[in-house]
Design a protein. Structure first.
Length: 103
């Protein structure tokens, strides 16, 4: 009987601590998920700006800008891969909007 009481006394604070820790981790993960799309849109805007700059008569054919454009497109694709991993809320929003359309 005393072993059961001791186990419960240890288990309750440990469970409370674990719940607190999981909650903190989920908050950080949701923060990253929310800001991933902002990062992607900023990088896409930067890439488009570079393309527009490269097409200007003054810079047309500049190899440095051409390499920079290719590099920016690579970075955008790389971030898009991670967006699919961290896009937690978008999946739920998509499911909810699909459900609303069906009803």
């Amino acid at each position: 009987m005393t072993l059961l009481i001791i186990t419960c006394l240890i288990s309750v604070p440990l469970n409370v601590l674990l719940i607190w820790y999981i909650r903190k981790l989920l908050q950080k993960l949701l923060f990253v998920s929310d800001n991933m799309s902002d990062l992607l849109s900023t990088l896409s805007s930067f890439s488009n700006h570079l393309e527009q700059l490269h097409e200007m008569e003054m810079y047309y054919g500049d190899e440095t800008l051409a390499h920079l454009i290719r590099h920016s497109k690579t970075v955008v694709k790389y971030v898009e891969e991670y967006k699919s991993i961290y896009a937690l809320l978008e999946d739920e929003d998509t499911k909810e909007s699909d459900f609303a359309e069906e009803a």
